[in-house]
Write a protein that binds this ligand. Sequence first.
Ligand SMILES: [Zn+2]
Length: 271
Amino acid sequence: MKDLVLARPGEYKLAAAQAKQLGDLGMAKWYYLMAKKLDTMVEEFDRGYLVDISTLPPPAEYACPAWERSTHAKKLDPALNESCRCISGCLKPTNTKNLYILAGIAPPDIRRAVASRTEWRRQKTDERHPLHGHVPAPSRLKSQKSFLTSTAPLETTPSEARLAMWKEKLNNHPHSPTMHIPAAESLPPGDNNWAKWKCLNRLRSGVGRSREALSRWGYLSGPTTCDCGTEPQTMEHLLRCPLLGGPCTAKDLALYNTKAQQCTNHWLDII
Ligand SMILES: [Zn+2]
């Protein structure tokens, strides 16, 4: 509980810094004010006062049925992607489609859409809902369109709906090369050791600190030859480097079998 209260101001300050970097001063200010508010809360906590957890600033989907169709909704996504990189240990250039699979979290647009449909169902079926039986007034602006007119109520559980939409999204935009890991709201097989988990996910996503990548990113000026003598040391090469006990495939990495463990251990703390 204390960790939760203590961590949130930092998260908002980070988001503020990122928003400022992106030139969005309005969002930066908002995040900063939130962080300030939280600092006060942390002080109260330290003095031994009771802190009401429900007054903590909302997670990224709070009240999203009201704002998810706004063109500004996507501005939250970089902060969410950063969280997924923290979970998976992946680097910034990692494809976000792969990132969400490795973090076991459905993409933000899908999570927001399902939250709206859940609210729609509550509004339709729960007589205690303040909007029960309400007919929304017509509106011309897309961003102001009520979720009651632009979404369909949920027929399944939110979790099933998110998974179905996620799979459909992946089928419509196949990402290559595939990681052979199905979309699921749980972490793929892996290791409890952070260094191994991080290395495994970088090998899976094909984005890591191989010598070829370091050279491309401007961190390495010398030759990109692997210790085995192969030029250049690409991410693909790491899976079939002769220095490994044997080659490892994307399927092996997906299952985290003995071959994948051997490969991960070899490149540990390197990529
Ligand atoms: Zn090699």
